[in-house]
Design a protein around this ligand. Structure first.
Ligand code: ATP
Ligand code: GCO
Length: 170
């Protein structure tokens, strides 16, 4: 198969709030020439209200949100796409893989202090930086049988996107 005829992957850019999913996900989609979706756009209004009020989501809150993201993923399988989605727990990723078994997860990972500093500097976003602790508590890292890779969030967005591109499957 030539490179040109290769099917582009569907990639989930995962990680805790403030790890740079939206920033890097958008750049990655641009570089791959595939559609991009922001997982926050799939939340029911009640979820946004809950997080805005400083409360972490639970599994039940996340279920309809994951269903909607899974639908987007299924529609893009075979064509390619990038979606930013925290996908913190293994069972959330299992849910998304039901839509596309070959889904590739890029986990944006870095020191808590760096993420906290980026959140503190972020303006006009509904997610309170105080929820970072609960996000880190919920995080279950990629397991060896999961298709994916860990990307360091050190450096600038373009540098991280380059790093991420190099980790995508051939
Ligand atoms: N590599 C970087 N260097 C400096 N600042 C960055 C970098 N990546 C992202 N940022 C900034 O850090 C903040 C968090 O990034 P971003 O919103 O992309 O994270 P996120 O994981 O999508 O967060 P959330 O899940 O809460 O939506 C933003 O203000 C963004 O501009
Ligand atoms: O699983 C979750 O708790 C949510 O997806 C959060 O991660 C937020 O949506 C996001 O981080 C805020 O932008």
């Amino acid at each position: 198969m030539t490179a040109a005829s290769k099917t582009p992957p569907v990639v989930v850019v995962m990680g805790v709030s403030g790890s740079g999913k939206s920033t890097v996900g958008g750049l990655l989609a641009e570089r791959l020439g595939v559609p991009y979706a922001e997982a926050d756009d799939f939340h029911p209004a009640a979820n946004i209200a809950k997080m805005s009020a400083g409360h972490p989501l639970d599994d039940a809150d996340r279920a309809p949100w994951l269903d909607a993201i899974a639908e987007w993923i299924a529609a893009h399988e075979g064509h390619g796409g990038v979606v930013s989605c925290s996908a913190l727990r293994r069972r959330y990723r299992d849910r998304l893989r039901e839509a596309a078994p070959d889904l590739f997860f890029l986990h944006l990972d870095g020191p808590q202090e760096l993420i906290a500093a980026r959140l503190a500097a972020r303006m006009q976003h509904f997610m309170p930086s105080g929820l970072l602790g609960s996000q880190l508590d919920a995080l279950e890292r990629l397991e060896p049988d999961e298709s994916g890779a860990v990307v360091s969030i050190e450096g600038g967005p373009q540098q991280i996107a380059e790093r991420a591109l190099a980790l995508l499957p051939d």
